[in-house]
Design a protein around this ligand. Sequence first.
Ligand SMILES: Cc1ncc(COP(=O)(O)O)c(C=O)c1O
Length: 269
Amino acid sequence: MDFEEFRRHGHAFVDWMADYLEGVERYPVRAQTRPGEIAARLPDAPPRQGEPMEAIFADFQRDVLPGITHWQHPRFFAYFPANASPPSILAEMLTATLGAQCMLWQTSPAATEMETKVLDWLRQMTGLPEGFHGVIQDSASGAILCALLTARERATGWRSNAQGLHAAPQVAVYTSGQTHSATEKGVRIAGIGSDFLRKIPVDDEFAMQPAALEAAIAADKAAGLVSACVVASLGRRGWVPSIRCGRSARSAGGTASSSTSTPPGPAPP
Ligand SMILES: Cc1ncc(COP(=O)(O)O)c(C=O)c1O
């Protein structure tokens, strides 16, 4: 693709993106396809030849879009809000154009320095005291795992990293039954073991009960375990969407549900 063609397709793509965002409510919130339907539309062998962008875009509209859940839809109430604003979409175009690798300061100094600054803004916005720092992780599970590993190392005086888990005292981690499954997954990957993840009871508002937490920590200490960390759940998705839906997501089976109905109106653009 030469740069004139790139420019032409880029403009056409942005027009399509603006139309999509303007008319997203004309799509059904959830994909209406059956399992395997999208895979069946794709060739079994990898393509050997490039294709014109027009053909690729036609494939996208015909074969990909029907299998998309529209997270940008105003009636999407599942999981958590994860909307991309038009300015952030344009910013992603710049990021993709630069193809920047941001793993070290010297691989893109601006990335590291912006990350540090923006995370400090986040610290201020969430009311955390000065001295808290953070780095952006690739996923929530990865972030939870990093936090658990850090807690495990602090609790064992960095012995598990240096000598392996067998040389360090057994640690325990505390959370409630309202936590995301990523916490238990992290406890397993960190080598702590699910048996040492304590699910502390919650009250009527799903908040962890401090007295029960205190008792669990005391019991573990008495048994010779080291208490490593408490994993809090704030605004967890098990019930937050139920406030918006006006009905308990828990009573509907424990998870939030999204609208699957197709609103009347013209066919999706
Ligand atoms: C509270 C919470 N923790 C962890 C996760 C796991 O996220 P990821 O798939 O980014 O690892 C999710 C995802 O929905 C979540 O809502």
